[in-house]
Design a protein around this ligand. Structure first.
Ligand SMILES: *Cc1c(COP(=O)(O)O)cnc(C)c1O
Length: 394
């Protein structure tokens, strides 16, 4: 391959796709791939979903952009649909997950200043991932993505993920905290789950100390875990929720949703985005939210997720490398004993798209529209690869 003029920020696999349909992608030679990563959880309804395609084509022929100087009808409709699906009250639209989190971070700081805190702090978690802007990179709990970009942004305090005692101890010793920001299920950090009852206990702690409870659902939102948002498994209402990835099924859009007093914090002029809530992106997202809200869609995600995890557990039980399967809905991690990055390339050769995160975790984020037969195909392709794969051989 000749040297590209694209900046060298990604280690890319040697393939490029020209077409997709449902859970399948096709490369330049016409080879078909089973997509079990959905562009990192973005193509939630798979590729070329008819409802999304139609919404985009219609909107593209009518109106692409008018700016937030005016009312944007599609934005209003999408905010209504998201609040219906979640019980949240108001939405700010951005173009990405990191920007949705920037809005949440600004809400937390404003909340802190309103409380008279001079330098408000946000508690963030070890192994967290919140994005690549300066503030969201600082909020992320991964030294690798921060190194070389210091000075980091001030106003963040780190705690271990899922450790309530650590948060209680911060509450005792630090009166500059304005908010807690965490993923209800960590994605990039390795599909790490919170202990049962954690969010309810955290809600009480936040109420006791007047902290905003802010959830990053950029990856877990939009049906991925079998509820519209993952927090809906817990019965706990957060003050702020961010999302992006699956929301536009491939059109760039993010959202920062707020509830209660947090929804009244921003006033005109406090925050903005030229493209945020653009009619085209909102039309695509509206078709996603409406599809996910239909009939048994979310119950099916739960059932298919259980099928997938159970299949993995059964078939990998006798594998020497296998530790455990974690996840909720169709967000699944397979923990192995050794670093397993090379599995991604081996799967690609077999026509299967997967991802490895946190070195030893095979991550699966298949399109939510995957059917049982396709889950069987996924198991048939992936399990032998994991079993055959031996870190000593490579
Ligand atoms: C992907 C991701 C982000 C960043 O989203 P971008 O659209 O890449 O900015 C933030 N938080 C979580 C949990 C994510 O998975």
């Amino acid at each position: 391959m000749t040297q590209s003029h694209v900046m060298n920020t990604y280690g890319r696999l040697p393939v490029s796709f020209v077409r997709g349909e449902g859970v399948r992608l096709f490369d330049e030679a016409g080879k078909s791939y089973l997509d079990a990563i959905s562009g990192i959880g973005v193509n939630a309804l798979g590729h070329a979903h008819p409802a999304v395609t139609e919404a985009i084509c219609q909107q593209a022929g009518a109106l692409l952009h008018t700016s937030n100087l005016y009312n944007v009808q599609r934005q209003t409709q999408l905010a209504d649909a998201l609040c219906d699906a979640s019980g949240m009250s108001n939405v700010f639209f951005s173009n990405s997950g990191a920007e949705a989190n920037e809005a949440a971070i600004k809400l937390a700081r404003m909340h802190g200043h309103n409380r008279g805190i001079e330098i408000p702090h946000i508690i963030v978690m070890e192994s967290a991932f919140h994005g690549r802007t300066l503030a969201t990179m600082t909020a992320s709990g991964n030294r690798k993505i921060q190194a070389g970009f210091e000075p980091l942004v001030q106003g963040f305090t780190r705690a271990p993920y899922g450790d309530l005692a650590a948060l209680e101890s911060i509450a005792k010793n630090n009166d500059s905290v304005a908010a807690v920001l965490l993923e209800p299920l960590q994605g990039e950090g390795g599909i790490n789950m919170l202990p049962e009852g954690f969010l309810a206990a955290l809600r009480e702690l936040c109420d006791a100390h007047n902290w905003l409870l802010m959830l990053d659902e950029v990856q877990t939102g939009n049906g991925r875990t079998g509820k519209y948002f993952a927090f809906q498994h817990s019965g706990v209402m957060p003050d702020v929720v961010t999302t992006a990835k699956g929301l536009g099924n491939g059109l760039p859009i993010g959202a920062c949703l707020a509830h209660g007093a947090a929804a009244e914090l921003f006033k005109p002029g406090n925050h903005g985005s030229t493209f945020g809530g653009n009619p085209l992106a909102c039309a695509a997202a509206l078709s996603v939210v409406n599809t996910v809200a239909q009939d048994s869609f979310l119950a099916d995600v739960t059932q298919k997720g259980e099928l997938l995890r159970q299949g993995l557990r059964e078939r990998l039980a006798d594998c020497e490398q296998f530790v455990e399967v974690r996840g909720l809905g169709l967000m699944v991690g397979i923990q192995l004993k050794s670093p397993c990055g090379p599995l991604v390339g081996k799967a690609l050769e077999q026509g299967l798209l997967i991802n490895v995160t946190s070195e030893r975790v095979v991550r699966l984020l298949p399109p939510l529209i995957i059917n049982q037969q396709e889950i069987d195909q996924l198991l048939d392709l992936l399990c032998p690869l994991i079993k055959q794969w031996c870190p000593d051989a490579s």
